[in-house]
Every structure is written in structure tokens, then in C-alpha cells.
Design a protein around this ligand. Structure first.
Ligand SMILES: *[C@@H]1O[C@H](CO)[C@@H](O)[C@H](O)[C@H]1NC(C)=O
Length: 380
């Protein structure tokens, strides 16, 4: 009796279990459908997105030096103090580390300076050098005094909280310019922001003498890096997924105006830093057909959003590296390191280009000549 009875019971409970699991699965699926609301059309700035990338200026760089290998965890951005020769870098484990850089790779001392927690992204040294300003993705705009005191400066504007505080620079007068990549998605879900393709980013300023946070521009597509021009009359800010950077004037007749700087970049721009006539722009991925196609078709993005819930799509990035753009907005070179993905920023100091990535355990360093072309470091 028991022998003939138990299989149907077993089958019944298996069927029941399957139905529960299936309904749970569809529930999750539908939730995802509700949450992700892809823009019906690609942004206007992406209408030229399939323009082929010029390849002739590419420089593939493999033999770079590794600074602080194993001692820095995903160095995202850099701030440099020329006086002390110290580079501050923002790490994935919430630490701001100090790295003494010099001509010799032997013994660049890495120091665990201050742990701000979360995910510090953009960094800038205050002009009076009394504090390092930190764009901490989750908490907001912070500053860390040289004594190591951590202070939150601002975490919202016009009643809307920041979700991904990202790029930063500071003018000589102390005004801080920074970006919130998205007010909808947090850094953890940044890929959903991209898949949705709606402009949730804002360009902001913070005045430390009044504690006032101002929205300079809204409706930006993943607002990212910020860099003051050498004359401090404007700054350049980047919007990652539309592959462009624009100028925002802070002085003179054009004050408050926005102007085109560079469009159709050969990669997705992240941090930007000015040095020696060029803007050095980190790009976690080169332009690629996968993303370009994705941005064109909202349904594809919806599907990717669902897939992404169960499967973290990675390694879709190709030709990650640094783009160099002159002040006329012309891309003059692109350096890509095949061994390194998710490059977020570069900083030229003297004859070296330092660069970091979300995932590397070191700071890459590349020797450059006067013209900014790489020099072999095999003998170094
Ligand atoms: C700005 O905020 C800081 C910290 O909360 C405070 O000490 C300072 O007095 C404020 N300054 C002004 C002008 O409100």
C-alpha cells in the first residue's frame, strides 16, 4: 500500500513546490518590469551614437608599472599635492590612501590615511590644503581635514537626496563643483540607471562659506567627472553614457552658460583631470556595439534589466583606458591597457600618467614624453 501511495504524494508536493517557485520567479520578474522604466527613445545626444570610432590615435599600452600593488583596492580617483608629492586616492574598501610618488617605483609608500566608509569616488584637495574633499557615493559630499576629521558637507539639493555622488573639483575661491550621477539609483544599481536611459543626474555646487548647495544643471545622463580649466573660467563635466563632456562657465560674460566641448568620445567618460594642456578622461569602457545597440532599443534594456537581476553581466567593457582631449575638444590620444578593465581616471604628474580602476589592486603608471606619448619603461 505505502509503496503505491507515496509516489503520488511526492509528485503532488513536487508539483506544488514547482508552482510556488515559478510564481515567485514571475513575481520577481514583474517587479523588475515595474521598477525599470526605460526611456522610449534614445537621448538626442545618442542619435549619432553609431558613428564609427576613429582608431588611428589609439595607443595600446601593456608594459605599465604597478604602484602599490596589493595595497590599494580599486583606486577610483586621485588628488595631488605637488608640495608634498603625495597622491590621495579613493578606494573600494572605503579608505582614502596616500601614496608618495616620485621618479623611482621602488618604495612608493602607501599609507592608510582615513577610512570614510561607503565608496569614495571623486577626490579634490582644497586650495588651502587643509582638507581633502570627497565625493562619497552613498553618503554625500564630505571633507576630511588634514587631522583626519570627517565631516559631511551636503547630501541633498532642492529637497532631493543624492544617490551617487561621483565627480568633484574645487575652484581657487573654495567653491566646490560636483555631480550626483543619479537621484534614482544608488551606486549598487548604477547599471539600472544606464538601462533606464533617463537623465537622473545633476551638476551641483557647494559654497563652504555659506553652506549652500546649488543645482547648476539637471537632467544629465549619468553626470560624472568634473575638472576646472587652467584659467578657472569654466569647468568640464562628463556625462557617461551619452559619451560627451561639456563646459560650464563660472566666470566672465558666459558665466552660468553651458557649451559643447567634446561629443562622440571613443569611450564612456568617467573622471576628468586637467594637466599640461590636456584633459585626461578615464573610460571604464570604450564605445562598443553592445551598449550602443542597447541604448537604441528600450525593450532590449528592459530585458537586460531582468536578466541583470539574476545574472550580473560583467566584462562587457572593452578597451577600457584613458582618453586625452585638448582644450579645443579634440581627442588626441587614447591609451588602453588590455590587462586592466574599469579604468575610471588618470592624472598626469610630470612625465607620468597615473591611472586607476574600480577593480585593480594597484595604480598604473605610464611614462610619457613631452608630447604625451608613452615611453617604454622596460628598463626602468
Ligand atoms: C556651515 O556648517 C558648519 C558645520 O555644520 C558650521 O559649523 C558652520 O557654522 C556653517 N556655516 C554657516 C555660514 O552657516
Amino acid at each position: 500500500m505505502a509503496k503505491t501511495d507515496s509516489p503520488p504524494y511526492l509528485r503532488l508536493s513536487l508539483i506544488f513546490l514547482s508552482i510556488s517557485l515559478l510564481s515567485l520567479f514571475f513575481q520577481l520578474l514583474l517587479n523588475r518590469f515595474d521598477e525599470l522604466n526605460p526611456a522610449p527613445h534614445p537621448p538626442e545626444a545618442l542619435s549619432r551614437v553609431l558613428v564609427p570610432v576613429r582608431k588611428h590615435f589609439d595607443r595600446i599600452v601593456e608594459a605599465t608599472e604597478r604602484i602599490g600593488d596589493g595595497l590599494v583596492d580599486g583606486p577610483e580617483d586621485f588628488a595631488y599635492d605637488a608640495e608634498s608629492g603625495v597622491v590621495y586616492t579613493s578606494c573600494a574598501d572605503g579608505w582614502i590612501r596616500r601614496v608618495k610618488v616620485g621618479d623611482s617605483v621602488v618604495g612608493p609608500a602607501v599609507e592608510e590615511w582615513v577610512r570614510v566608509g561607503g565608496r569614495p569616488l571623486g577626490l579634490a584637495l582644497r586650495p588651502d590644503k587643509r582638507a581633502v574633499l570627497v565625493a562619497e557615493a552613498y553618503k554625500g559630499l564630505m571633507q576630511v581635514t588634514m587631522e583626519g576629521h570627517i565631516e559631511l558637507l551636503t547630501d541633498e539639493a532642492e529637497g532631493v537626496k543624492f544617490k551617487i555622488v561621483d565627480g568633484i573639483d574645487v575652484a581657487e575661491d573654495g567653491i566646490i563643483y560636483f555631480t550626483d550621477a543619479s537621484y534614482k539609483y544608488s551606486l549598487h544599481d548604477y547599471s539600472l540607471d544606464i538601462l533606464e536611459g533617463r537623465p537622473y543626474g545633476r551638476l551641483l555646487s557647494f559654497n563652504p562659506s555659506t553652506n549652500q548647495t546649488r543645482v547648476l544643471l539637471r537632467d544629465l545622463y549619468f553626470a560624472n567627472g568634473v575638472s576646472l580649466s587652467p584659467e578657472q573660467d569654466f569647468f568640464v563635466f562628463c556625462e557617461t553614457f551619452v559619451r560627451r563632456c561639456r563646459k560650464y562657465y563660472i566666470k566672465g560674460e558666459k558665466k552660468g552658460m553651458v557649451e559643447k566641448f567634446v561629443e562622440n568620445l571613443p569611450g564612456y567618460p568617467d573622471n576628468v583631470r586637467y594637466a599640461e594642456g590636456l584633459l585626461w578622461i578615464g573610460s571604464p569602457s570604450g564605445q562598443n556595439l553592445f551598449y550602443d545597440t542597447l541604448f537604441r532599443y528600450p525593450l532590449l534594456r528592459k530585458i537586460m534589466g531582468i536578466v541583470g537581476k539574476f545574472y550580473q553581466a560583467s566584462n562587457l567593457e572593452t578597451e577600457s583606458g584613458i582618453m586625452a582631449v585638448n582644450l579645443d575638444g579634440e581627442v588626441v590620444a587614447r591609451y588602453s591597457d588590455p590587462g586592466l578593465g574599469q579604468v575610471t581616471g588618470g592624472l598626469r604628474i610630470g612625465n607620468y600618467l597615473y591611472y586607476g580602476s574600480l577593480s585593480a589592486p594597484y595604480i598604473g603608471r605610464l611614462k610619457l614624453n613631452q608630447e604625451g606619448a608613452p615611453v617604454s619603461t622596460a628598463a626602468a
